[in-house]
Every structure is written in structure tokens, then in C-alpha cells.
Design a protein around this ligand. Structure first.
Ligand SMILES: NC(=O)c1ccc[n+]([C@@H]2O[C@H](COP(=O)([O-])OP(=O)(O)OC[C@H]3O[C@@H](n4cnc5c(N)ncnc54)[C@H](OP(=O)(O)O)[C@@H]3O)[C@@H](O)[C@H]2O)c1
Length: 262
């Protein structure tokens, strides 16, 4: 039986790059996001290059009913998911009190609620089969509070905490959960969040989606719990523990600010 991977947020960036990793290992794929044209293009490219089967099921994960509909459609097609990648997510730059309220609740829905729902839907089957791997795409942002992207940073803190806890529960079941925590990556993320002019994205080295996908894919196959790509990022995640929170939050604000912010 072919081991099939479900990848959310597969229409661009890290999600699109992860498709190459699975397909290169001859895994069939189910791919989802809102942009149907981008999904179809990715499906055509992947199946032509690697000869694997790619099933497109579009979904808007800001809709609370979407995870259940996605799960039901996968079951209806008789597909068994061996790998679940919860990668879909987005951010927003600006003061929380000025932010669009609907956008903030959609962010919580996509980044947290859909991830929890999909994990809850697919995990019991994996545990029953004593086989499966889940890759949760979190962020370095999850290690500290993030002024000017307060909701985004908090969603990623949730994802990291949730993933580490469930990964521990899963020990001895044959199923693993890996939490990928990248620093800044060249994708559509920063432009969509309107913060590609922040100091965070002025760093000399910004990782590519292909490198981050390859790192996360390898960590998932090895069953690692926490995967932080890059030495600098590992240090940043670690030293934050020893800096007083009041100071840390000011440093993060400075990093987040655009160069012309005062
Ligand atoms: N880029 C970075 O610097 C960075 C750093 C750390 C972590 N991350 C995380 O990496 C993950 C992937 O982001 P990326 O950098 O690859 O950015 P990206 O190119 O903007 O990709 C985001 C993906 O999420 C999907 N998505 C967004 N809203 C959705 C919705 N309502 N329903 C379904 N799918 C939705 C998008 O598809 P559609 O628009 O087609 O729906 C797209 O495929 C995110 O969880 C992000 O938080 C990114």
C-alpha cells in the first residue's frame, strides 16, 4: 500500500517545497489550500516529474467546518493518510488594537484550530495502525512574545507547546510528531503579512523554502520532536530563556519594527 501524505498550504512556499520531498520518495499526495489554480499547477508538475499520484482537494481552513470536510472527502476516496503536514498559516503586521478583527480570528482558526482539528481527525487511525508521522509547521516566533505580530507569535507558541506535548504522549505508539520552527524564509509569507521591510527580513541570510522543507522532512522521517533549522536560530531559541521577559519583548519589538519606525 502506498503511503500517502496530506500537505496543507501546498499552493506556495514551504508547503509547495515539501511536495518535492515526499514525491522524490515516491509518496502519493493529497494537497490542499484555497488557490485552486496553484494547486492544479503543483499537482501537474509533481506528477509529471516524479510519477506519483496527486489528489487536489481545495479548502479554506478559516472555515471551521473545513477540516472535517477534508477528512470525509479523503475517507470517501479510500485514501489512507500516513503523513500529515499541517503547514498552512499566515501572519499580520501591525498594532493589535488596529488590526482587522476578522483577520485575527481567521488567523487563530487557520494557524491553531484547523491544525488541532486535522491532527485529532487523522491521529487515531495512525495510532490504531501503529504507523504514521505528523509534521507541524510552527516558527521561531513561537519561542517569545511578538509585539506588532502579537496574534501570529502566540499562535506559533500554541503550536510548539501542543506538538511537544502530544509528541510525548505518542512515545511507544509507532507514531511521531515533529514540530518545525524556522526563522525567516523566502516565501510569500512576509509580503502577505505586510512585514517584509521589518528588520527580521533585512538579515543577510534568509533561508530558502527548499532548504527548510528538506530539513523539516528529514527531521520528520527521523521522528525528531523539535526541529530548528540553522545554528543562529537554535541559539536564539535557547538564549531567550535566560533573558528577562520584559527585556526580551523589547528586543523582539525592535526586530519586528520597520527600519523607519521610531
Ligand atoms: N516564511 C517565513 O518566514 C516563515 C517562518 C516561520 C514559519 N513559517 C510558517 O510556514 C508556514 C508556510 O508559510 P510560507 O512561508 O510557506 O508562506 P506562504 O508562501 O504564504 O504559504 C502559506 C500557505 O498557507 C495557505 N493558507 C493560508 N491561509 C489559508 C486558508 N485560509 N486556508 C487554507 N490554506 C491557507 C496558503 O494557500 P492559499 O493562499 O492558496 O490558501 C499557502 O499555501 C506557515 O505556517 C508559516 O507561519 C513561515
Amino acid at each position: 500500500m502506498n503511503k500517502v501524505a496530506l500537505v496543507t498550504g501546498a499552493s506556495s512556499g514551504i508547503g509547495r517545497a515539501l511536495l518535492d520531498c515526499f514525491a522524490a520518495d515516491q509518496r502519493d499526495l493529497v494537497i490542499t489550500a484555497r488557490d485552486v489554480a496553484a494547486l492544479r499547477k503543483a499537482a501537474a508538475e509533481i506528477s509529471a516529474q516524479y510519477g506519483v499520484k496527486v489528489t487536489v482537494i481545495p479548502a479554506d481552513l478559516a472555515d471551521p467546518g473545513a477540516p472535517r470536510r477534508l477528512f470525509d472527502e479523503i475517507e470517501r476516496q479510500g485514501i489512507v493518510i500516513e503523513y500529515l503536514v499541517n503547514n498552512a498559516g499566515f501572519g499580520h503586521y501591525g498594532f493589535f488594537h488596529e488590526a482587522d478583527a476578522r483577520k485575527m480570528s481567521d488567523m487563530v482558526q487557520v494557524n491553531i484550530a484547523a491544525l488541532v482539528a486535522l491532527t485529532r481527525l487523522f491521529l487515531p487511525g495512525m495510532v490504531a495502525r501503529r504507523s504514521g508521522r505528523i509534521l507541524q509547521v510552527s516558527s521561531l516566533a513561537g519561542f517569545q512574545p511578538g509585539p506588532l505580530m502579537a496574534v501570529y507569535y502566540a499562535t506559533k507558541a500554541f503550536v510548539t507547546s501542543f506538538s511537544e506535548a502530544v509528541a510525548e504522549e505518542l512515545s511507544g505508539t509507532g507514531v511521531t510528531m515533529t514540530c518545525l520552527c524556522p526563522g525567516p524564509v523566502h516565501t510569500q509569507f512576509a509580503a502577505r503579512a505586510e512585514f517584509n521591510h521589518s528588520r527580521v527580513f533585512q538579515k543577510s541570510h534568509i533561508a530558502t523554502a527548499a532548504d527548510i522543507a528538506a530539513y523539516g522532512y528529514r527531521a520528520m522521517k527521523e521522528g525528531k520532536v523539535l526541529a530548528i533549522p540553522g545554528c543562529n536560530n537554535k541559539v536564539l531559541a535557547f538564549v531567550g530563556r535566560f533573558i528577562p521577559r520584559r527585556r526580551l519583548v523589547k528586543v523582539v519589538r525592535w526586530m519586528q519594527e520597520k527600519r523607519d519606525d521610531r
